[in-house]
Design a protein around this ligand. Structure first.
Ligand SMILES: [Zn+2]
Length: 192
């Protein structure tokens, strides 16, 4: 056997490396995590949530609806960015999350969004929770609490009761310090 073809280390299965070469050529720790750092994950969440918040402002500004936005992300790329359309569409079900799910499904030409995440400017209502469930979205991240919406007279009805009742595949995360609560304060003059 050619000694140069020996496995370079007990962990290398290729058998073609230079002996001990893994120590100098492998840039990532062999058993180390490839996951982004916690800070990088937080920055990523804030980046996408910021887009949802901007959508909320945009929807109010153009008169389409109430101050809510939602963004659907796949593989770190925005698939769709939408806002509440209840006034424009004369449709009480046209919440930001519902609108985003419909548009993303059309755009991706599929009814399962299992490889997607949704960022919502505000905690989702039971209807949107249901839609997120049926779309199979894997992760929901939101900014403002429903109580913040309730403070200016919008519904503070949430899907809390559903969270423990059957969303095993859905990861839910509240994102703090995003500026999402301010959306209601800044736009309340349009609604009160
Ligand atoms: Zn909703």
């Amino acid at each position: 056997m050619n000694p140069k073809k020996l496995k370079c280390c007990p962990w290398c299965g290729y058998g073609t490396g230079t002996r001990y070469g893994y120590r100098t050529t492998r840039k990532q720790p062999f058993f180390g995590s490839q996951k982004p750092s916690r800070r990088a994950a937080e920055d990523r969440d804030h980046k996408f949530l910021r887009i949802a918040i901007e959508e909320a402002y945009k929807g109010v500004e153009c008169g389409d609806g109430r101050p809510y936005g939602a963004v659907i992300v796949r593989n770190d790329e925005v698939v769709v960015s939408c806002h509440n359309m209840v006034l424009r569409n004369k449709d009480p079900t046209a919440h930001a999350e519902i609108t985003a799910i419909r548009e993303a499904s059309q755009k991706l030409d599929q009814i399962s969004l299992a490889d997607c995440e949704i960022y919502a400017s505000c905690e989702s209502c039971p209807m949107c929770f249901g839609a997120i469930h049926f779309s199979r979205i894997k992760r929901l991240a939101y900014g403002a609490t429903a109580e913040a919406a309730g403070s200016i007279g919008f519904s503070s009805f949430t899907g809390d009761a559903w969270k423990d009742a059957g969303f095993p595949q859905l990861e839910i995360k509240k994102i703090d310090d995003s500026g999402a609560e301010q959306v209601f304060e800044m736009t309340k003059g349009k609604f009160i």
